[in-house]
Unconditional design. Structure first.
Length: 214
């Protein structure tokens, strides 16, 4: 089954690499629908949490490598709000989202799940729902931050799309060196295989449908 003909897609997340579990679906959109305007925004360069030897510029370049070069979207930007303190900047973040809505008018938005417990992720989720009332919104799962998950949309992926996803995720060297579970190649593939099993396919990504507009 083909994906709908969404022409303007927004990835709106708290931090670079939060969007890893929608890479395959983004690649599928590009493969099936041809040229699609896809923009990515993250709220923080995470300077306070980077490992020794890595800078904010390194993380920005990793994000650009993952999304622009390896997944193939057209625009990637990261704001400079303080990591783990996004609740303090809620109104500023909302106003930036409203500006994106007015200038870009996205039809489909990927963001954090409502079940994500990270304080920064919760702010971004809530402000996305507030700012984009007339767009389709899908919640991306991040198992390391969730006590529960209720996916209601499964997107089947080809092996080529899985390969793009994994290669793009490995772009985040500053995070991979920290041995984080969600960027472990084997575990990343295993989550996709488990979601594939739930929809009778070899590999899939699963999303929470927050709002569907068609």
């Amino acid at each position: 089954m083909r994906l709908p003909d969404w022409n303007r897609v927004l990835l709106m997340f708290a931090h670079p690499d939060d969007e890893v579990n929608c890479y395959g679906t983004i690649r599928k959109l590009l493969d099936e629908n041809g040229p699609v305007a896809i923009r990515h925004y993250a709220c923080s360069l995470c300077g306070a949490s980077l490992p020794e030897g890595f800078t904010e510029q390194d993380l920005l370049e990793e994000c650009q490598l993952a999304l622009l070069t390896r997944v193939g979207i057209e625009e990637c930007a990261v704001w400079n709000f303080q990591v783990r303190h996004l609740p303090r900047y809620r109104q500023d973040i909302l106003e930036r989202m409203i500006h994106i809505r007015e200038q870009f008018a996205p039809e489909l938005i990927f963001t954090h799940s409502q079940y994500d417990l990270h304080q920064d992720h919760k702010v971004v989720h809530e402000e996305v729902v507030r700012a984009f009332k007339h767009s389709t919104i899908l919640g991306v799962e991040q198992p390391q931050n969730m006590l529960r998950s209720q996916p209601t949309l499964y997107v089947r992926l080809t092996q080529q799309q899985v390969a793009v996803k994994v290669r793009a995720a490995m772009s985040y060297r500053s995070q991979v060196v920290k041995n984080l579970d969600y960027l472990d190649k084997t575990k990343l593939i295993s989550v996709g295989e488990m979601r594939g099993m739930q929809c009778q396919y070899s590999h899939a990504e699963a999303f929470e449908v927050i709002r569907m507009v068609i």
